[in-house]
Design a protein around this ligand. Structure first.
Ligand code: SF4
Length: 400
């Protein structure tokens, strides 16, 4: 198979798609009904009343629309028999998906405190060979590891027991601890979708296959430009582009869900660049494209990197167009956290997600770098309540 080279002036080879964006209307409607039936059953279990359970479904639909600015499940990817429509949502059907709906329904139940996390971002290693200009772990890279294999397993199992439906393992470069990832997956309890956030370096076909066999759901591969030399320069690593593309191919072939993560810098964010990036993403057969806005933290600390109104409007338009317009119906689903944060506030700080760094310390998110407490020393319940006392630096606290 020929890999796509820099798209500046070379033709991109067609790669067989692992992800299939569901465009058949009937298939979509049947799936929507199945998901609504699951939400109804979960609601009925918690409320004991069919009418209240139906009301609950409408409230959840309204909430979804407020947060995402689009109706429930406008675009859906199918990978290895499961369906995915939001990057932060567990694949359907699965025990993780049932648990996610249980967590959401419990938020509407009077007298109950919210329980369970949507996503735990967990940085499992300080090791990394790259030199990325935006790295938020920059100050801690390539120092002595603090967390042992047993610590990783303890933290993962603790947050699974708390009802976490998605755990994303990051770093550093998590593939440099791949043997520990195997052990974590072997020791995991079930009911959680596991993902790896990687530069792609070290994600060989053999490893992708083994990770899939051990229960990994997906990989998020960082790719910050459609042009190989520019991505390599951004990542400070000669083979970064080839590694990222090869990792996506390997993960697709293993039946993993694939996502490209783009740090949309000021210079990158033009309509033409975004369109070319999405073309490449479609060719690579990924299910999602995640847009990250550069933040003045980590290696970008004190730098003027934050996007202006012009770039933000372009990104918001891209988000809406690719997720809702029929012209882009077979393109990957766009995930854009900044869009929701500006609209309804931030859901970090343990509301729906938070970050555990390479020392095992909890932070409200990877960008708001304030250590709150150590994940090994506190129960999940106490940690979430502690995190809730801190606010996001840039956005209001999410209320939904
Ligand atoms: S790959 Fe990740 S951890 Fe490594 S330098 Fe780049 S941003 Fe930092």
């Amino acid at each position: 198979m020929t890999l796509p080279e820099s798209t500046t002036d070379k033709k991109v080879a067609i790669i067989p798609q692992a992800s299939r964006i569901v465009v058949n209307r009937r298939e979509k409607v049947v799936l929507q009904l199945r998901v609504l039936w699951q939400v109804f059953q979960v609601s009925l279990q918690q409320t004991g009343n069919p009418l209240t359970a139906i009301q609950m479904i409408w409230r959840i639909r309204e909430k979804y629309q407020t947060i995402f600015g689009e109706p429930l499940m406008t675009k859906i990817a199918k990978v290895d028999g499961r369906f995915f429509w939001r990057l932060g949502a567990a694949g359907f059907p699965s025990p993780a998906s049932v648990r996610m709906h249980q967590n959401e329904v419990s938020r509407f139940m009077p007298g109950t405190s919210p329980y369970g996390l949507r996503t735990l971002l967990f940085a499992i290693t300080k090791k990394c060979a790259l030199n990325c200009e935006h790295c938020f772990e920059w100050e801690h890279l390539n120092q002595q590891e603090v967390l042992s294999t047993a610590d990783l397993i303890e933290i993962v199992r603790k947050y699974q027991a708390y009802g976490t439906t998605q755990i994303m393992l990051s770093g550093g470069e998590p593939m440099l601890r791949v043997n520990d990832i195997y052990k974590v997956l072997e020791a995991a309890l079930g009911g959680t979708d596991f993902w790896i956030i990687t530069s792609g370096v070290g994600l060989t076909a053999e490893r992708a296959k083994r990770l899939k066999q051990l229960g990994l759901t997906g990989v998020m591969v960082s790719l910050d430009h459609f042009d190989a030399s520019r991505h390599n320069a951004f990542r400070g690593f000669e083979n970064a582009y080839d590694s990222a593309v090869q990792a996506v191919v390997n993960a697709n072939q293993a039946g993993l869900v694939t996502t490209l993560s783009l740090c949309a810098t000021k210079t990158f964010t033009t309509a033409e660049n975004l369109a070319r990036y999405m073309e490449l993403a479609k060719t690579l057969g990924v299910s999602f494209v995640q847009i990250l806005e550069p933040r003045a933290s980590g290696r970008y600390q004190d730098q003027d990197v934050e996007l202006g109104e012009k770039e933000l409007l372009l990104l918001e338009k891209m988000y809406a167009d690719y997720n809702t317009s029929s012209a882009f119906q077979d393109f990957p689903i766009v995930n854009y956290l900044g869009y929701h944060q500006r609209k309804v506030g931030c859901f970090g700080a343990g509301n729906r997600f938070f970050y555990i760094d390479t020392d095992g310390d909890a932070q409200i998110c990877p960008f708001c770098t304030n250590k709150v407490a150590n994940a090994l020393q506190f129960t999940a319940e106490d940690m979430v309540s502690l995190l809730g006392q801190f606010g996001c630096h840039g956005f209001k606290q999410g209320q939904l």
